[in-house]
Design a protein around this ligand. Structure first.
Ligand SMILES: [Zn+2]
Length: 267
């Protein structure tokens, strides 16, 4: 088996996780900027985090032979403080040329608040001005549908944004069609306790589409499984999916999307 982990918060994981992923066939990992589990108090905290994502973590991954890529932003959970978000967005351009940076993400909404909307628009503008790919986080809670609609409206109202260059992550049964119909890519996040189980993910693949879609583990500091993607591939196999099609969903699809950034290259 070979696969791409397109959304893993590796700074939270151990070296054992890296070894297990590579052993399972992981060919590259991509790490969006994320909430650390606590709010950072200053722009300097983000500066250090962006250095970690673009310098230290790729070196750690390389020790296990795994190419590591990153996405940069201030996470929606920390977007309530618009002044801080403005400062953080101000330092992102100087990191965009780093060799492992693929785009702006994971931006989006958490509680669908006005300040979050404002910061989302600032990020979309940053991506458009710098011709960057976009990775979007959708709310986990009961507001997912409303949040997804709001996010799609923001993206569609900016004429510089091309939907095929944006992935809307954490889709579920009630949002996947909305995202695909609007021409965006959709990401399914495989969590053991929330979001999407392997069985639900494969149900959605059976029901909707295997085009413009990827799966990720989003493995972070919470309850999550770094091997969720290959385990879901086993569920696909159990249901009789042809090897070729499994390979498309877990390997070739993410490569197709990510290769829109010329810096995404596998050795
Ligand atoms: Zn994430």
């Amino acid at each position: 088996m070979r696969y791409i982990e397109p959304h893993g918060h590796m700074v939270s994981r151990t070296t054992d996780d890296y070894q297990d992923m590579v052993t399972a066939g992981c060919a590259a990992v991509c790490e969006p900027a994320f909430w650390a589990g606590f709010d950072r108090s200053s722009v300097d905290g983000f500066h250090d985090y962006f250095c970690q994502l673009t310098d230290y973590e790729p070196k750690r991954a390389a020790k296990f032979g795994l190419p590591h890529f990153a996405w940069l932003c201030i996470n929606p959970k920390e977007s309530e403080d618009v002044a801080l978000a403005t400062d953080v967005i101000g330092i992102i351009p100087k990191f965009l040329d780093r060799p492992n940076v693929l785009g702006i993400g994971e931006i989006g909404l958490n509680k669908n608040s006005r300040n979050e909307m404002k910061v989302l628009e600032m990020h979309v503008d940053l991506a458009a001005r710098n011709d960057q790919l976009i990775l979007v986080h959708t709310p986990h809670l009961e507001d997912k549908l409303k949040g997804t609609r709001l996010i799609l409206d923001v993206l569609r109202s900016d004429k510089r944004i091309r939907p095929e260059r944006c992935i809307i992550d954490h889709v579920e049964e009630h949002t996947i069609q909305l995202v695909l119909d609007a021409g965006f890519w959709a990401g399914m996040t495989l969590y053991p306790e929330s979001k999407c189980s392997p069985a639900r993910a494969v149900d959605m693949l059976d029901l909707y589409s295997h085009e413009r879609i990827w799966m990720n583990s989003a493995c972070d500091w919470g309850v999550s499984i770094p091997l969720a993607v290959p385990r879901t591939a086993l569920e696909m196999k159990r249901r009789g999916w042809p090897t070729e099609l499994i390979d498309k969903v877990i390997y070739r699809n993410p490569i197709q999307f990510l290769s829109q950034c010329p810096k995404f290259k596998l050795p």
